[in-house]
Ligand binder design. Structure first.
Ligand code: NAD
Ligand code: DAU
Length: 359
């Protein structure tokens, strides 16, 4: 079996669902169930004996040791993290704890487990660390996209803690020989993304007639990848990635935030038209994110060259699927948008309200 951490979150849950639909190999899903983790996403696996769920914190060494020794996975795929940049600005401590201490603790547990494996199993074992393009910092308009050799330059507490975790993973290969591989991916979107992130937030606010908050001038650029394509890339890297290598994963879809918000509004205008006007009328410029990275772009040629991976979705096909999924799954959104989430929305957007202006 494989062990997945963070498998009740957005990407982890998509990965587990995709994995179990295509493979008979079981998944041990280890998740703390923070505000971002939702078992409702995994409802369809309730009676599937191949899905074993353990509510646990990756920072808990005793529990990680026990789970590894009990289930004997052939690989660990480490998705669990605090993942929202704005939250890392409001409260970085949790990010240091889960992203740095949690990754360290998991590496220590993995190393002890791996050392005790028979030699053949040691050679086959993998620790796959799921990371982000944000570790590379911010690009200028004419810079080449991030490659695997771009120097690290994280700018937010989130990206700094992810960078620290990447360095620890690398060190465990070089110092102790733990067979690791790391992926650094660009912005994901798709089903089951927590509504604090740009695309689901815009869909939800649009449908409830609220402002669509665009930070700063809306010209920041992200490179968008449909979550199913990210999951496919991770499967390829797990199966065929070279030991100790890092692989950049991206969609070749650079868009300004405004382009993204317009695309969502235009789809909603088509799929669920308002009685009058366009959803674009709800766009509202608000105070910028402190330290807001201007541009991310991924050069994913290594992954294509070595492992033959290419995204299957274009931004146009992926965003339409995504908007349609949210229209069809409002119940899921209502379920996850708990009291805690409502408090977060008040805290994050109240601070920005003073500079509100609509366009
Ligand atoms: P998410 O916030 O939606 O989910 C994170 C999951 O981790 C949740 O289920 C949460 O309960 C769990 N978790 C948090 N702390 C934990 C702990 N201490 N122990 C065990 N479980 C814990 O995040 P996501 O967007 O699915 O991102 C998953 C991974 O992919 C992260 O490592 C993130 O850095 C990386 N990543 C995300 C994106 C993106 O666009 N979302 C892009 C590139 C890389
Ligand atoms: O690049 C990969 C990263 O993408 C992942 O590592 C992170 O886990 C993931 O959260 C994401 O980070 P971003 O900060 O890019 O995603 P977010 O959806 O928060 O914001 C996308 C862009 O939209 C960013 O430039 C900020 C802007 N934004 C966001 C929100 C929530 C707005 O303009 N308004 C908003 O209300």
């Amino acid at each position: 079996m494989i062990l997945v951490t963070g498998g009740a979150g957005f990407i982890g849950a998509n990965f587990v669902l995709d994995w179990l639909s295509a493979s008979s190999e079981a998944v041990l899903n280890v998740d703390k169930l923070t505000y971002a983790g939702n078992l409702g996403t995994l409802k369809s696996l309730r009676s599937n004996p191949k899905h074993i769920f353990a509510r646990a914190d990756v920072c808990d060494r005793t529990v990680m040791d026990a789970l590894l020794s009990q289930h004997q996975p052939r690989a660990i795929l480490h998705f669990a993290a605090e993942s929202h940049v704005d939250r890392s600005i409001h409260g970085p401590a949790e990010f240091v704890q889960t992203n740095v201490v949690g990754t360290f603790t998991l590496l220590e547990a993995a190393l002890a487990y791996w050392k005790a494996l028979p030699v053949a199993d040691q050679a086959a074992f993998r620790f796959l660390h799921v990371s982000t393009d944000e570790v590379f910092g911010s690009l200028s308009p004419d810079d080449a996209p991030f490659s695997e050799t771009t120097p690290y330059a994280p700018n937010s507490p989130y990206s700094a803690t992810k960078a620290a975790s990447d360095h620890l993973v690398r060190a465990y290969l070089h110092t102790y020989g733990l067979p690791v591989v790391t992926t650094n991916c660009s912005n994901n979107y798709g089903p089951y993304q927590f509504p604090e992130k740009l695309i689901p937030l815009v869909i939800g606010n649009a449908l409830s007639g609220k402002p669509l908050p665009v930070y700063g001038d809306g010209r920041n650029i992200r490179d968008w990848l449909y979550v199913g394509d990210h999951c496919a890339a991770i499967r390829e890297v797990l199966a065929h990635g070279r030991l100790g290598e890092t692989y950049n994963v991206g969609g070749w879809n650079e868009k300004t935030n405004l382009d993204v918000v317009h695309a969502v509004c235009d789809l909603l205008d088509r799929l669920k038209a308002k009685p009058a006007g366009s959803y674009r009328d709800q766009i509202t410029y608000v105070a910028d994110r402190p330290g807001h990275d201007r541009r991310y772009a991924i050069d994913a040629r290594k992954l294509e060259r070595e492992l033959g991976w290419k995204p299957a979705e274009t931004f146009e096909t992926g965003i339409e699927k995504t908007v349609q999924w949210y229209l069809d799954n409002q119940e899921w959104v209502d379920e996850v948008a708990s009291g805690e989430y409502r408090k977060w929305v008040e805290a994050n957007y109240a601070l920005r309200a003073s500079t509100l202006s609509t366009q």
